[in-house]
Design a protein around this ligand. Structure first.
Ligand code: DAH
Length: 340
């Protein structure tokens, strides 16, 4: 009898289970597809006597709705199962990730930039392949100055006027020709010199140049800025000492020493027992340089300084061999992970 079949199917529907999406789909096909159980019953329903049609039709609808509800219920159950992450342990230590490190020269360069940024300096950049004008002539180098000698400078073949810059002072000149005072810039960059490679010399290294031009700039301003820099970089007890020197582009010129930060000024092998180590060159911008770069030297004055990043890094971290900086030995670079 059709009624009995429907009745027993209603019981069956209540107990349906589906372990996964595949099983659920099989149930749908079995009961609700074209050739499924429900459509089979519909076929039988056509032969039902007219007086029973209403009652059995209602039963049949009840079965169909129950089936659809059941399958929906099973589908929802499966979806929440997929979202269930209760077996995930979020407290577990992650897999160790090998972290890269910043290069020691970058660490120190960034620190230098940081200190001078706080003093109001912005950053300027210039080309490493430069012309003679920006590297030498505009900076008041006399024609026969030894720094122009083939020994020191890399020339670009067949272009006697094009060189690899030997110092970042070349950027001074580029900044002056492109902007009006007041100028307060820091120029970090790589420089090249034709030197035999050893523990103490390399054919390329890094410098940071500083330039300040305004109406009332004095040597005292320069000294104060450099003292602030030395103390920020090497600690509050650091002393500075300025010794008269010569650079074509500054007048007067000086070299600055700091109290040896390795022995605290008492004297050690690093400072050759003197208690002092040289860290930079500086001076008041020579009026010839201002004029050569289009700045009126009667109105404006300036100071400049230049330091080697390798030198500062050696002082901070006691790197004994310059070659380590360019060999990319991971064992060396790894030592700076903590300084990042
Ligand atoms: N350019 C110099 C060098 O390479 C360093 C230097 C000295 C830069 C004195 C300056 C300065 O700006 O005033 O040795």
């Amino acid at each position: 009898m059709l009624t009995d079949k429907i009745q027993s199917l209603l019981g069956e529907v209540a107990d349906l289970q589906a372990a996964d999406a595949k099983a659920l789909e099989e149930l749908r096909i079995k009961y609700l597809s074209k050739k499924g159980v429900i459509n089979g019953l519909m076929g039988e329903f056509r032969d039902v006597a007219p007086e029973s049609k209403r009652e059995i039709g209602m039963k049949l609808n009840e079965l169909k709705t129950a089936l659809q509800d059941k399958l929906n219920e099973l589908r929802e159950g499966l979806a929440t199962k997929e979202d269930d992450h209760s077996d995930l342990d979020l407290t577990r230590t992650p897999y160790p990730i090998a972290m890269g490190t910043r290069h020691p020269l970058s660490i120190v360069k960034n620190e230098i930039i940081d200190i001078f940024s706080r003093l109001g300096f912005s950053i300027a950049d210039g080309p490493e392949v430069e012309d003679d004008w920006h590297v030498f002539s505009s900076l008041n180098f006399p024609e026969d100055h030894p720094a122009r000698d083939m020994q020191d400078t890399f020339f670009v073949e067949q272009h006697p006027d094009i060189v690899l810059r030997t110092h970042t002072s070349s950027v001074q000149s580029r900044v002056m020709e492109n902007s009006k005072p007041p100028i307060r810039v820091l120029c970090p960059g790589r420089v090249y010199r034709n030197e035999a490679i050893s523990a103490r010399a390399h054919c390329f290294f890094h410098q940071v140049e500083g330039l300040y031009i305004d109406k009332d700039v004095s040597f005292t301003d320069l000294k104060q800025v450099l003292l602030t820099f030395a103390r920020e970089m090497f600690g509050p007890d650091t002393k500075i000492r300025l010794r008269p020197s010569y650079f074509p582009f500054t007048e007067p010129s000086a070299e600055m020493d700091i109290s040896c930060n390795i022995c605290g000024g008492k004297g050690c092998a690093f400072c050759k027992q003197t208690g002092w180590v040289e860290i930079l060159g500086c001076g008041m911008v020579d009026p010839n340089v201002l004029e050569a770069n289009g700045i009126d030297s009667k109105v404006y004055k300036g100071y400049a300084f230049g330091m080697g990043v390798e030198r500062i890094t050696n002082l901070k971290y006691q790197v004994k061999d310059l070659r380590l900086f360019s060999e990319n030995d991971v064992r060396f670079l790894d030592e700076f992970t903590a300084a990042n």
